[in-house]
Design a protein around this ligand. Sequence first.
Ligand code: HEM
Length: 211
Amino acid sequence: MSDIRKLLKEATMGSHEEAEKSSFMIDMLKGRLTKKQYVLFLVQLRYIYKALEEESEKLRDYELHASVYFPSELYRFQNISADLNYLDPKWSSYEILKSTKKYAERIHEVGIRKSARFLSHTYVRYMGDVSGGQMIRYKLRKAYQLPENGDGLKFYDFENINNIKNFKSLYFSRLNEVVQNEEAIKEILDEARLAFKMNINLFNELSKVVC
Ligand code: HEM
């Protein structure tokens, strides 16, 4: 039986490293982004999660996707919107970047096709957020001197997950149960690399915007 988690990790190891080392991520963790740059980043994420969560709702009754349908545990759209309202009431005037539009278009495209490839997009974003996100949350709070009550950092707050390690095990065991067909595995790995690439493209575009 294939271990999809292991395969995904191996397939995206290089891309994960590239994402971690991108100058935008480094600047963010060091607190070198201006608040406007961070808000611009969140505005892009809001657009991307809107696409993810809209498609996820449409796919909730399809076996392949229903197995990892965890809206109350994972959905981020509401939390990102709350952070934006807290950080900058004028957030809706920020532009949606080209790479963000392309990324969201791809999510819709694979969602509409009900493709196994959609699973790669939920994996790359949500599993990334529940994993590295916790460390990022701590660093951001310090860097931007945000209050301890979590205001401005709800994006990283998975309030409906009690134990992240157990939740991840459940998520990956469900994924493993439904994805055993070789062709589907190939597509998922391929799309996961593309999803990382789209995140890296977004970081690169963001690092060029001065605000
Ligand atoms: C500075 C930025 C980042 C840091 C410090 C970071 C750190 C981490 C850490 C510590 C883990 C847990 C590894 C484990 O449990 O074995 C992880 C997992 C993960 N990260 Fe990142 N990460 C960063 C950026 C990203 C980005 C930008 C993405 C994708 C958009 C991403 C996607 C993932 C995924 C999908 C996993 C889950 C792997 C698994 O548990 O099987 N990460 N990350």
